[in-house]
Design a protein around this ligand. Structure first.
Ligand SMILES: Nc1ncnc2c1ncn2[C@@H]1O[C@H](COP(=O)(O)OP(=O)(O)O)[C@@H](O)[C@H]1O
Ligand SMILES: [Mg+2]
Length: 586
């Protein structure tokens, strides 16, 4: 089929207007010719025989009258074995290969195969000739790193088919036909190990969506205990520049209890993205000891790349996440930063001369953000297995002001909010998640009444601290002062976590529970001190011992020793237990 053709009538930054002759549809891919280069673009508006295309490349040199070819296909990604371990740009070009081919100053108009086409995969058929199959049914498997990659009936093959041939076990390339399927009209359709799926359409080949309930353990205490994230749930990390958003996502991508991590590095400065790219391959997976990259895909767009590609990169990332969910795997998608994507939306909306909403963002900002997060979820597949996509996005509001539209739109849809605070990061209290502003709607690893009780020391302690700033320490009662010290103790030994300490960097849920119970006993104990000085000195000593304890391997001799010393300190000073907490400690 020959696609529709058009000619450029206007160029406005990254947007070109094209007069066309024939049929063109929204989100269709077109190529704008400039010299001998063809630049990939997407139709974002059609009106009166003119289409507006956002160009995923620098538009320099495009002139009125330049020819455009429409493809008839929607913006899509290629899925199949070989995705894991790759670094792609927003259009799914493998970046290392692109650099090799086009040099480090990425040339425009160069598009490469997303998946290795010459690599052979050890295919084992699971379907037989004569089987009836539907889209997403498994035809066979290939090993991909530590996973069993399912070769499925392409998701866009609606209806029922009969397997008319299938290849025996052996090595095949992704473009080889591995099965032939006969449709209801008797036509034979060859199937390979890879296929394309449009990025803006959610993959929906599952039986049922479930409520996200099971915690996705991150091994960060403040998250798992106080502001948990559920498998298949959503959360956001807003924070000012330098507050630790990227570092927190890196820690999570390493330790989260999921199978696969997809990182969408979106629109941040090139230097920061390069750092991620350099660091990642060197990190080891704490569970397997192998390279973390083997279960990671990175989609990368820096602020120096054209803005339209930012949008492509978040959609590409979420589509790849859904693809692996379809194999019964738990996937975590981390997007850093969604604000850059929103800025790209604002830029394109301005070029389209749409009626602007709040702070010149388009009126559809909220619904677009919502439909992105809605692609998260835990699902039951046709074979009875479960798979999940959990989405965590950072937001980088100017000046750290959470009242701005992107943060507000995100807060409406996510299930947990980890707000980073400049005050805490300046004080090097990491992770800088604010313990009073943050929240979660999900169930964590520790019962809610215990968590609420402990958290009350943080909020009451902070009130006392605010009061002390006004009336001074002398004007504060000893009882209030002890509450402040308890809140401060909880903060220092539980909320804060040392990401450079081998033991403290990642804490198992079981250890979190034991440590938490230990701290709960201390918070609930009634202590008598003669004066504030004595109280402060005592808590300082306790805190130091507890930090050592946090950094010590459990059940070691040193650990048991510290545990005894802490218990003895508390027993010696305690005169009883808060009546309200007796039930919690039982
Ligand atoms: N958990 C942490 N532990 C230690 N240092 C941290 C931590 N989080 C952030 N930092 C420090 O803060 C710097 C900025 O963090 P980064 O994640 O790049 O900020 P953001 O992405 O919010 O702009 C890091 O380079 C690091 O020095
Ligand atoms: Mg960052």
């Amino acid at each position: 089929m020959i696609g529709t053709k058009g000619t450029v009538t206007a160029v406005n930054g990254n947007m070109v207007s094209v007069r066309f002759d024939g049929a063109v549809s929204m989100n269709e891919v077109g190529y704008v010719s400039v010299g001998d280069k063809k630049l990939k673009s997407e139709v974002i508006r059609i009106r009166d025989g003119i289409s507006q295309l956002q160009v995923f490349e620098i538009t320099k040199g495009i002139m009125v009258g330049d020819p455009v070819e429409y493809t008839g296909d929607l913006l899509a990604v290629e899925v199949g074995p070989g995705l894991l371990g790759q670094v792609f740009d927003g259009l799914q070009n493998p970046l290392p290969q692109l650099a090799e081919k086009a040099g480090y100053f990425l040339e425009r108009g160069v598009y490469l195969d997303a998946l290795p086409v010459d690599k052979e995969w050890a295919f084992t058929p699971t379907a037989k000739v004569g089987d009836t199959v539907e889209r997403a049914d498994t035809l066979g498997t290939v090993p991909e790193g530590a996973f069993t990659h399912r070769i499925m009936v392409p998701f866009n093959m609606y209806g029922t088919y009969t397997v008319s041939s299938i290849k025996p076990a052996g090595d095949y390339k992704i473009r080889d036909t591995i099965a032939e399927l006969k449709n209801e009209k008797g036509e034979i359709i060859p199937v390979t190990m890879s296929f394309r799926w449009p990025v803006k359409r959610a993959i929906n080949c599952y039986e049922e969506r479930l409520k996200p309930e099971e915690p996705m353990v991150t091994r960060v205490r403040l998250i798992d205990t106080f502001f948990p994230v559920a498998r298949g749930g959503t959360y956001c990390i807003p924070g000012p520049f330098g507050a630790g958003k990227t570092v927190l996502q890196q820690i999570t991508s390493r330790h989260a209890d999921v199978d696969i991590v997809i990182l969408a590095a979106c629109g941040e400065r090139a230097g920061e993205v390069v750092e991620t790219l350099k660091e990642f391959p060197e990190l080891t997976d704490p569970r397997t000891g192998r390279s973390l990259m083997e279960r990671t895909v990175i989609i990368c767009n820096t602020s120096s790349m054209p803005v339209a590609a930012r949008e492509a990169s978040v959609y590409t990332a979420v589509t790849l996440a859904e693809y692996y969910r379809q194999m019964g795997l738990n996937v975590l998608l981390l997007a850093d930063s969604t604000s850059r994507w929103a800025q790209a939306m604002r830029e394109m909306s301005g070029r389209l001369e749409e009626i602007p909403g709040d702070e010149a963002f388009p009126a559809y900002l909220e619904s677009t953000i919502a439909s992105f997060y809605e692609r998260a979820g835990i699902v039951r597949l046709k074979d009875g297995n479960f798979g999940s996509v959990t989405i965590g996005g950072t937001v980088s509001p100017a000046g750290g002001n959470f009242e701005e539209p992107v943060t507000q739109a995100t807060l409406k849809v996510v299930g947990a909010f980890h707000g980073l605070s400049r005050e805490r990061s300046d004080a090097r209290k990491y992770p800088a998640i604010h313990p009073l502003d943050s929240w979660s709607k999900y169930k964590g690893i520790i019962s809610e009444d215990k968590v609420t009780y402990a958290h009350s020391f943080m909020s009451r302690g902070s009130e006392v601290e605010q009061m002390m700033k006004v009336v001074g320490e002398e004007g504060t009662s000893l009882d209030d002062y002890v509450i402040y010290l308890k809140g401060d103790f909880l903060d220092a030994v539980y909320f804060q976590q040392n990401s450079f300490d081998e033991v403290d960097a990642a804490v198992s849920p079981d250890r979190q529970k034991r440590t938490f119970d230990h701290i709960l006993t201390i918070l609930a104990s009634q202590f008598t001190f003669t004066d504030k000085n004595e109280a402060r000195t005592w808590f300082n000593k306790l805190r130091q011992k507890f930090l050592d304890y946090n950094g010590t391997v459990e059940n070691s001799e040193k650990f048991e020793g510290l545990k005894k010393e802490i218990a003895a300190m508390v027993a010696e000073q305690s005169t009883g237990i808060d009546k309200n907490a007796e039930k919690l400690l039982a």
